[in-house]
Design a protein around this ligand. Structure first.
Ligand code: OGA
Ligand code: NI
Length: 375
């Protein structure tokens, strides 16, 4: 009946939770999830973005021409937008499918069980849904589980231990899968660092050595269906503050990048990882390689799952470009910093966007002066 007035769903404060089992069927989504007109995705599908495909087998072959060609493709992509796909990466496909499958085992749990792993405000690890954050508008339509990965020898079971400690012995096998998956991602990330170094014309091992003992983050993104996907976003527009992201999307599309003033779709491919440069690598390359804005849209049919590995330096490493990338025509763009300070800035003070690094630089200068004069 056209004249029937429906009451919009109001979620009382006491129950501010993202319960996907309920929300996925609602035709009037809570207003916190409705994005402003200039940001909502609308009803038109984004055009596909032709992301360059990098064949790692060619890079590994040692064939000089193949290596040069691969590095050139990566270099062009990173100077322009920082996104590329890697194929023939050597990560066992069974491991990838186990990692995707096990996401269901976690996200299908009752909310009260998932909350055993709840992330606390200001922290970056744990289970989170929109209402966990510090924002009350433009909420993303997703749930996530994030955990720490460390490449240090004494942390070789850190992921397994996390699952067992927070979710119990029943999750030991899932922890094992994500431990293996993270190990593979760390190895792959260091290899990609060599490609980036060659592209930038610095010592091939420069960045892979810098990221040894990396202290990284894994995030499982679970996007439930939404009855009005045109009004909301699964992940709002942002740049990754981390160094390099290796993302696996299942076979449901949703990832979009903002290139030449337009949102373009990066379609999934089960054999490929989507790799993108983050702000910290942009600083390491003195601004030559770009960290590009991206987002994820949702759909009204099937849940979408993605797994992101965010490479981050060891906490004591100073992020500064190698001298070859600084010169009279290329002055230093960003001050020295350590990763935990940028992380704190994006967790507590600033929602990541294209200007994160510039605002972070300003914030660093403001916050460092008083300490310097007090000393
Ligand atoms: C992210 C992200 C995109 C996706 O987690 O930072 O950009 O497709 N995810 O899930
Ligand atoms: Ni991202």
């Amino acid at each position: 009946m056209a004249t029937m007035i429906t009451t919009p769903t109001v979620i009382p404060d006491a129950a501010v939770v993202f319960d996907a089992a309920v929300l996925r069927h609602q035709s009037n989504i809570p207003t916190e999830f409705v994005w402003p007109d200039h940001e909502k995705p609308g009803i038109y599908a984004a055009r596909e973005f032709p992301v360059p495909v990098i064949d790692l087998a060619a890079f590994r072959s040692g064939d000089l021409a193949a290596v040069a060609e691969t590095c050139k493709l990566v270099d062009e992509a990173c100077r322009k937008h920082g996104f590329f796909l890697v194929v023939n990466h050597g990560v066992d496909y069974d491991l990838i499918s186990d990692a995707i499958r096990d996401m269901d085992r976690f996200f299908d749990l009752p909310l009260s069980t998932k909350e055993k792993a709840a992330r606390k405000l200001g922290e970056h690890c744990g289970y989170a849904s929109s209402f966990t954050g510090r924002f009350s508008a433009k909420l993303p339509w997703k749930e996530t589980l994030s955990f720490r990965y460390s490449d240090e020898k004494e942390c070789s079971h850190i992921v397994e231990e996390y699952f067992q400690k927070t979710l119990g012995q029943d999750f030991a096998d899932i922890g094992g899968v994500y431990q293996k998956y993270s190990n593979e991602m760390s190895k792959l990330a260091l290899e990609i660092m060599e490609l980036l170094a060659i592209g930038l014309g610095v010592n091939q091992k420069h960045f892979s050595e810098f990221f040894q003992e990396n202290d990284s983050v894994m995030r499982l993104n679970y996007y439930p269906p939404c009855q009005t996907p045109e009004l909301t976003l699964g992940t709002g527009p942002h740049c990754d503050p981390t160094s390099l992201t290796i993302l696996h999307q299942d076979n449901v599309s949703g990832l979009q990048v903002f290139v030449d003033n337009e949102w373009r779709a990066v379609n999934p491919s089960l054999n490929a990882f989507v790799v993108n440069i983050g702000d910290t690598f942009m600083a390491l390359s003195n601004g030559i390689y770009k960290s590009c804005m991206h987002r994820a849209v949702v759909n009204n049919m099937i849940p979408r799952k993605s797994i992101a590995f965010f490479l981050c330096p060891h906490k004591d490493k100073v992020v500064a470009p190698p001298p070859e990338l600084v010169g009279s025509t290329q002055p230093r763009l960003y001050p020295d910093f350590k990763w935990p300070t940028l992380l704190e800035f994006t967790q507590l003070h600033y929602r990541s966007d294209t200007d994160t690094l510039l605002n972070f630089s300003g914030w660093l200068q403001q916050n460092q002066t008083p300490h310097a004069t007090q000393a």
